[in-house]
Design a protein around this ligand. Structure first.
Ligand code: DAH
Length: 347
């Protein structure tokens, strides 16, 4: 076989190998084997010195031609394989962006928190500040400063859990009145505050009683505050909570810390006053206690009762939530049954 024939055969053989190469590593192997320093073509070119002067250029240019053809074919095949490799990677690493994601469960605020915040918003809109009190309170603030001295008979209605004789779980949010009054600087303007929070009583738990429940206390003190201001304020609150058509009604009552004291009813939001199961056929729903702050309470907090007057009220968010959502058992609020809690998704 002549040298040319050998080279020709090498070319065909190598082209076939290149065509058959399925990956870049194999292709590189072929390149090194055929075109590399120890490859057959280099060998032919190196052996040219033994050829005759007339054969040498012919063989030389033929060998170069073959080398160029192979290099070109290697390059073309390399491009194809690179594109294939990329397509393969793309297919393998493909992300299906249309797949639905993992559902992240979103919690919900407790219905009582929702009610309390809703009422806070209404009062903040009327210029009140929201004040926090202490759940563990002194007898002094819970009772004495609210005009309930030791052995006052009205203490019976509010028995509680005692930590010591002087420290107890507060029975109402009213002690926040005394704590706020004694700190207030009237040269900076009137006192307007609401204070929501937990309260505790030594009650037997039943559908309408829980040893722990909530109250929102309200207090306004300024010169010339009247019962008309109280009525107007509570009317706005009830209309915002239960609908623009609501009316309120005041009935005389008794609380040691207010004089006069009233029990406040709101016209039934369900039947509008006709009588139904919510209002027990009366057309009215008892909703809160209120009154004009007793002069004793003012004086004990260092406020001149001849110059200042005020009103106060206390209402129960638990009861409001029960009425509004038809919850029959107050204890449902405190069992932390997630199915109950999730019924009040809010906004
Ligand atoms: N503290 C009272 C209670 O728990 C509720 C109350 C009534 C608060 C009249 C007041 C008020 O501020 O004026 O039964």
């Amino acid at each position: 076989m002549s040298l040319q024939e050998k080279l020709e055969a090498l070319k065909h053989e190598t082209l076939a190998k290149i065509e058959a190469a399925t990956d870049l590593v194999a292709l590189n192997q072929i390149r090194v084997e055929t075109l590399g320093k120890k490859g057959p073509i280099t060998e032919v070119l190196r052996g040219m010195k033994d050829l005759s002067a007339e054969e040498r250029p012919k063989v030389g240019s033929f060998a170069n031609e073959i080398r160029d053809a192979l290099a070109e074919s290697l390059e073309a095949r390399k491009e194809v394989l690179e594109i294939n490799a990329m397509n393969e990677a793309l297919a393998k690493e493909r992300i299906d962006v249309t797949l639905s994601g993992k559902q992240m469960p979103i919690g919900t605020r407790h219905v009582l928190t929702q009610i309390i915040e809703e009422m806070e918003d209404i009062f903040v809109g009327m210029g009140y500040q929201v004040v926090e009190g202490y759940e563990v309170e002194r007898d002094h603030y819970n009772f004495q400063r609210m005009n309930l001295p030791k052995d006052h008979p009205a203490r019976d209605m509010q028995d509680t859990f005692y930590i010591t004789d002087e420290i107890l779980l507060r029975t109402h949010t009213s002690p926040v009145q005394a704590r706020t009054m004694e700190k207030h600087d009237f040269s900076k303007g009137p006192l307007r505050m609401v204070s929501p929070g937990k309260v505790f009583r030594r009650d037997t738990d039943d559908a309408t009683h829980s040893h722990q429940f909530h109250q929102i206390e309200g207090l306004v003190i300024d010169e010339k505050v009247t019962m008309g201001d109280l009525k107007g304020t509570l009317e706005v609150l009830m209309q915002q909570m239960f609908g623009a058509d609501r009316e309120i009604r005041l009935r005389p009552s008794y609380f040691p810390f207010t004089e006069p004291s009233v029990e406040v009813d709101v016209s039934c939001f369900k039947c509008g006053g006709q009588g139904c199961n919510v209002c027990k056929q009366t057309g009215w729903i008892e909703i809160l206690g209120a009154g004009m702050v007793h002069p004793n309470v003012l004086e004990m907090s260092g406020i001149d009762a001849t110059k200042y007057s005020g009103f106060a009220f206390g209402l129960g968010p638990d009861r409001i939530a029960m009425l509004r959502y038809g919850v029959n058992d107050i204890r449902d609020f405190y069992h932390n049954d997630i199915r109950f809690i999730h019924q009040f998704k809010g906004e």
